[in-house]
Design a protein around this ligand. Structure first.
Ligand SMILES: Cc1ncc(COP(=O)(O)O)c(C=O)c1O
Length: 403
């Protein structure tokens, strides 16, 4: 008889992961990127150059430098945010993380306790929703329109919570190429959101991991920059969407006192050094050109997917073309249940993210779904969306009231 380790697991663990399976033909889930656009030649050259020059430093944790991360990479983050997003940052305000997921975890660890309340966007990143659930934190969804946060709704939620004696621990927002809706919050609204956050003493957690993927290449100033040293905003970004998710390199930008607090919570003895060395070597001379090419490739796929959705679903499904990024967000008629559609779609070789997991209110999200076109072949976009429409029609859900 072998020992059943599960009897030793602590209570309250999440469901075990399901064993890995190769993706089906039409895997429109997750946040993968365009394989043809990965600059692996440039990354290989950068890695060789950096290793030849600094390989001896691999003998020491953090390459013998600050646990904040490799200084030349933090300098690049500062330079890029300055040029691209009008945001002044000093290297000691940057903490390099193992993907921006670690940034979410560190900020949550520092700010949240069970029973707390946070504000999130009505449709938001599923990885954040599941984290909040695991932490026992409640969340209130702020309505979105095609430009992002509805400021009047934010104001009324803040007033209601204040009247009930509750101050949210933060407002989590993805203002630039919102996940999943693809909107970009205009500067005026950023200022209004900031003013409300200040008035109510609520920190803003600004997640900007798609911000370099706006179709026209220009991004508004970050909310952090508009705060102008006010200390109200913790910002995070990532190289996952602009270069490659497998690198697992993200970053937090915050006031130095906050960064030092987060550094005390970062218990992994440093983010992978080879990735940091490689990015720091590659990015200063190649990032802009690479991102320009990546945007063009993603825009082609996006147009193709939006067209395919229009062609296959007609007026029954609403899709607002995203302003950038790798997703389209589909809204079905009242009564449709995309959770119920997922198993039939999976049988036909199609995966999508049902909207319930990407929403503050699962019931609101149930007639929505997210498709990722980042790593899909262009021809499989047409075939996959056509198949999805067939599965939808055959599910009988197209006949729901209002449908
Ligand atoms: C809004 C948002 N934040 C954070 C992440 C995490 O990305 P990574 O850890 O690869 O930087 C994702 C990934 O899809 C995301 O969509």
């Amino acid at each position: 008889m072998s020992f059943d380790m599960a009897t030793a697991f602590r209570p309250g663990l999440p469901e075990p992961a399901v064993p890995w399976q190769d993706p089906p033909d039409f895997a429109f889930v997750g946040g993968n990127n365009d394989a043809d656009s990965v600059p692996f030649g440039g990354l290989a050259e950068a890695a060789v150059n950096a290793l030849k020059r600094e390989g001896r430093a691999l003998a020491t944790y953090n390459l013998g430098g600050s646990p904040l991360g490799y200084l030349p990479l933090r300098r690049f983050v500062c330079d890029a945010l300055g040029v691209r997003a009008d945001t002044t940052v000093q290297p000691d305000e940057v903490l390099i993380t193992s993907g921006s997921l670690q940034a979410l975890d560190l900020v949550n660890q520092a700010l949240l306790a069970p029973g707390d309340t946070v504000l999130i966007e009505q449709a938001t990143y599923g990885g954040m929703v599941s984290r909040l659930q695991r932490l026992g934190v409640s969340y209130v969804g702020i309505e979105l329109d095609e430009h992002g946060i509805d400021v009047a709704h934010l104001a009324s939620v803040l007033d209601e919570l204040a009247a009930a004696g509750r101050t949210p621990k933060y407002l989590y927002t993805i203002p630039t190429v919102q996940n999943p809706t693809g909107s970009v919050l205009p500067v005026e609204r950023r200022l209004e959101v900031l003013a409300l956050a200040r008035r109510h003493g609520v920190p803003i957690f600004e997640d900007d991991c798609y911000a370099d993927l706006v179709w026209d290449g220009t991004r508004p100033p970050t909310i952090r920059s508009l705060d102008d040293g006010g200390g109200q905003v913790i910002y995070c970004g990532s190289f996952s969407k602009s270069i490659a998710p497998a690198l697992r390199v993200g970053y937090i930008v915050a006031d130095q006192s906050v960064v030092l607090q987060l550094m005390a919570l970062k218990s992994d003895a440093g983010t992978g050094a080879l990735e940091q060395l490689t990015l720091a070597e590659f990015a200063p001379s190649h990032f802009d050109q690479h991102v320009e090419r990546l945007i063009a490739a993603l825009k082609r796929k996006c147009d193709r997917m939006v067209e395919a959705v229009g062609r296959e679903f007609g007026a029954e499904v609403t899709v607002t073309p995203p302003k950038g990024g790798i997703y389209v967000w589909l809204t079905f008629p009242d009564g449709v249940d995309t959770d119920a559609l997922a198993p039939a779609a999976a049988e036909a070789g199609i995966q999508f993210n049902p909207g319930s997991g990407w929403s503050a209110d699962p019931a609101w999200g149930r007639r929505r779904l997210r498709l990722c076109f980042g790593d899909a072949e262009e021809s499989s976009i047409d075939r996959g969306v056509a198949e999805l429409a067939r599965v939808y029609r055959e599910s009988g859900q197209a006949d729901q009231p209002g449908g």
